[in-house]
Design a protein around this ligand. Structure first.
Ligand SMILES: *[C@@H]1O[C@H](CO)[C@@H](O)[C@H](O)[C@H]1NC(C)=O
Ligand SMILES: *[C@@H]1O[C@H](CO)[C@@H](O)[C@H](O)[C@H]1NC(C)=O
Ligand SMILES: *[C@@H]1O[C@H](CO)[C@@H](O)[C@H](O)[C@H]1NC(C)=O
Length: 387
């Protein structure tokens, strides 16, 4: 066996050729396995995923729903449209347990990164095929696509069921806005929705997935929307005129401190490359107990804020500070944030912190209310230039 393999390698010196052959054999298998976008959102082998039955009368108003997956909890927002056209927003949040936090922390690490669509070269596509087959086979047998998807999906499902019974609604589809974790990919997000029993919906105009927390928070604080979204022509004109500004986004929860310097003109167009952003799962509010003194903890928080702020405020200063997370209202945190920003910039831009726990879900629900776009994804190679 070993000798066959080494002979094969001798004759085909390039690893990529072997992978190519492998892929040619495996591609038909992959192609016949339903993708998450096939119109079979519920698995009948797994009764847990089948939609719940509601004995009470269902809500008759139109509504849109979105969820957020954040460091230590998930949130949901539901926007109802009343008969007179006014809106009513209801939100809820659910703390995640230890396994939830562990998964989120794991996905925040560069060491957890792996190939996933969209690929930047063909080699990535071929080498990712075994992973995709594994996921497809798991889903076929009613399992979540991966262990991580299972943990996150169960959490969303729990919250989905809670709001469904509290509000007498049935959630069919929803976008899921997520914390910017370097190893959380769009296929995970869509499989999380699938496992939670909802169809993933992509807000209209989304620049490209994933639907990041910072863009949704920008929307949740009411920025970047056109006045009348049913007037497409007017909206296009407003989109073009809307300035792209720099925003300092800070997430603070029991589990993590996230810091980002994002360029944004609207919630569907955030520009936040990995290097302008950091999520630290050892600097959440709970971590203070692991420090020998509070002073050391807050010094590390300050350093983490400056770490992103210093390199990204030289040419252009942030015009707003957007806060997300369930621990941002603490006096000490606010004080450290303000003094750190003032010490570096010489002033403190307006800070937005109302509803910081659920603002991301609220923003995503408003995006969803304004429409969804069809999800068009090939096999992840569509981003490559043909040469
Ligand atoms: C719900 O939305 C649809 C499509 O926009 C509309 O035709 C319908 O009148 C709305 N129903 C209510 C109760 O507002
Ligand atoms: C929004 O735009 C639509 C389409 O142009 C129009 O019919 C509607 O009256 C507008 N609504 C408001 C409040 O201006
Ligand atoms: C998080 O912050 C701690 C304390 O400053 C630091 O030691 C650690 O390297 C940081 N982790 C990441 C992933 O940035």
């Amino acid at each position: 066996m070993a000798s066959t393999f080494s002979r094969l390698r001798l004759r085909l010196p390039k690893l990529s050729l072997i992978l190519l052959l492998l892929a040619v054999f495996l591609a038909p298998i992959v192609l016949t396995i339903p993708s998450p976008h096939d119109p079979t959102p519920f698995s009948f082998q797994n009764p847990e995923v089948f939609p719940d039955q509601h004995p009470q009368a269902l809500e008759t108003r139109n509504f849109s729903v979105a969820f957020s997956l954040q460091s230590s909890y998930t949130a949901a927002a539901v926007i109802f449209t009343n008969d007179d056209g006014t809106l009513e927003t209801v939100t809820d949040a659910l703390q995640g347990g230890t396994s939830y936090r562990k998964v989120m922390a794991k996905l925040s690490l560069y060491s957890s990164q792996h190939n996933a669509p969209p690929y930047t070269n063909e080699q990535q596509y071929w080498t990712d095929i075994p992973r995709r087959i594994r996921r497809a086979l798991r889903k076929k047998s009613g399992l979540p696509a991966s262990r991580e998807v299972g943990v996150l999906g169960r959490q969303i499902r729990k919250l989905r069921r809670k709001i469904e019974s509290d509000l007498s609604i049935r959630v069919k589809d929803a976008p899921i806005a997520v914390q910017h974790l370097v190893a959380l990919y769009q296929d995970d997000v869509e499989d999380v929705a699938h496992y939670a029993g909802i169809e993933y919906s992509e807000p209209s105009g989304l620049f490209h997935p994933v639907l990041w927390e910072s863009g949704s928070a920008y929307s949740g604080y009411g920025f970047g929307f056109c006045k009348n979204y049913t007037d497409e022509e007017q909206c296009r004109a407003e989109d073009i005129d809307r300035p792209r500004i720099r925003v300092f986004a800070v997430h603070y929860s029991r589990a993590a401190l996230g810091v980002s310097m994002v360029e944004v003109s609207s919630g569907v167009h955030p520009w936040e490359p990995d290097y302008r952003h950091n999520e630290n799962f050892t600097l959440g509010a709970d971590a203070v107990d692991s420090y020998s003194s509070d002073i050391d903890y807050w010094a590390d928080v300050k350093a983490a804020l400056l770490d992103i702020m210093v390199p990204w405020t030289i040419l252009k200063k942030p015009e707003k500070i957007l806060l997300t997370g369930d621990m941002v209202r603490g006096e000490k945190f606010m004080h450290v944030l303000k003094t750190t920003v003032e010490g570096h910039l010489g002033y403190v831009p307006p800070i937005y912190s109302d509803d910081a726990t659920v603002v991301v879900a609220k923003g995503a629900a408003e995006m969803r209310r304004r429409g969804r776009q069809p999800i068009v994804r090939g096999y992840g190679l569509e981003g490559l230039s043909s040469d």
